[in-house]
Design a protein around this ligand. Structure first.
Ligand code: PLP
Length: 385
């Protein structure tokens, strides 16, 4: 007897964003080897007016038709997504623009990495993976460890030695194999690639695997739904590997196709730490030298010196008429204190960078009075001790 299961996803294939070559989504894939680009999931078919979402659970899986898992049996969920979108009234008053904050620290494992990892681990389980490897600056490794524990998949995480102790302990508690490396995330990536060769484990590095992007794109769907399908004028995003930035932009395009939102899209702003700002350099000068100088940042999620998806990020900035700018380590501290005392919210350094970035944009007249601006708190302050 064969059990027939319902296919809940409209995903049909993977595609190279550069040359359009199609890749089979029915087998394990990493990235578009034709053009050295991340692989993009494509969906076909129509969906009705989004009111059909009403009554579904408030996790990322409420958008399951636009996620890649075919059989719901394989979904590995800890309740990710459905995070609050706050209107910051005191800050709005002070700055003269309408400020929103998407608080991603409320996700399982304390960061928005949970969104991407939930989808990637679910899809890996569906495709028969039994061992995942990932280099991580902190939050992704914790999320991978938790979701792999739940899925019954072995996890190996490689982290910089200077990573805060809480994050290391989190991986160990979830039963992951933890390897510490000297240097930043790119050094961890080298070790990961070597281990993948030796063990045959599946590489879950940022955008070297297609589905973390799909998980992160749900932020785009959620923001649209929470704002009744009217997107803000500006989105300020603390950027490391760029999964969320590229993912949200993909979500906006998909929702336009579905007829859920109109033609006007937000201006997308990349915020990086002054200690490690490869995208600011890349967008300004059009090149990123291999020996690009980068230093650790307390915003460890942003310390990615050589992001694999730099071309796609630059396109988002160009297409959205956006910008890329930096914030110093001291400014991040200042932002944490200001938000804690004015709004009662504790920001991660990355989240604080988006707030301080907004203040800079206002100073330079790049955000107009009464525009609506969305900030991101991507991780929990409690994970930086
Ligand atoms: C990973 C991470 C980021 C960067 O996210 P990307 O989508 O990879 O650019 C920002 N903030 C925190 C807290 C993170 O963990």
């Amino acid at each position: 007897m064969t059990i027939t299961r319902k296919n809940i996803s409209l995903a049909t294939a993977l595609q190279c964003p550069r040359c359009g070559r199609l890749y089979d989504a029915g087998i394990l894939q990493s990235y578009a080897t034709c053009c050295q680009q991340p692989l993009i999931t494509i969906y076909s078919g129509d969906l009705p007016d989004p009111s059909f979402l009403n009554g579904r659970e408030h996790t990322i899986w409420r958008y399951r038709e636009m996620l890649p898992v075919m059989d719901p049996w394989y979904i590995v969920s800890l309740g990710e997504g459905g995070t609050p979108l706050h209107r910051l009234s005191a800050v709005s008053q002070k700055l003269g623009v309408r400020v929103l904050l998407k608080d991603e620290s409320m996700n399982p494992t304390g960061s928005f990495k949970a969104r991407g990892i939930s989808v990637a681990v679910s899809k890996a389980l569906e495709l028969g993976v039994n061992h995942c490897i990932m280099p991580s600056a902190g939050n992704a490794g914790g999320a991978l460890s938790a979701y792999c524990a739940k899925a019954g998949i072995k996890a190996t995480v490689i982290m910089p030695r200077h990573t805060p102790a809480t994050l290391l302990e989190e991986c160990r508690l979830h039963g992951a194999e933890l390897i510490l490396a000297d240097g930043l995330i790119d050094r961890c990536g080298q070790i990961a690639r070597q281990l993948v060769k030796e063990t045959g484990a599946f590489d879950m590095s940022t955008l070297k695997e297609p589905y973390r992007l799909e998980g992160k794109k749900t932020m785009g769907y959620e923001i649209a739904e929470q704002l009744h399908w009217q997107l803000p004028d500006v989105i300020i995003y603390p950027t490391g590997g760029g999964t969320g930035l590229i993912g949200m932009w993909k979500a906006f395009r998909e929702m336009q196709q579905l007829g859920w939102i109109g033609s006007k899209l937000p201006r997308m702003i990349i915020i990086q730490s002054q200690n490690c700002a490869p995208m600011v350099q890349y967008i300004k000068n059009g090149n990123l030298p291999e020996d690009f100088q980068a230093y650790p940042s307390k915003a460890y999620g942003l310390a990615v010196p050589q992001p694999f998806a730099k071309d796609m990020m630059r396109e988002v900035i160009q297409q959205s008429d956006g910008k890329a700018l930096t914030i110093t380590e001291d400014e991040m501290e200042e932002g944490i204190r200001e938000m804690a005392t004015t709004e009662g919210i504790l920001l991660s350094p990355e989240g604080s960078a988006t707030y301080m970035g907004l203040k800079k944009l206002i100073e330079k007249d790049w955000v107009q009075e009464d525009e609506e601006v969305l900030l991101f708190n991507t991780g929990s302050w409690y994970k930086y001790r």
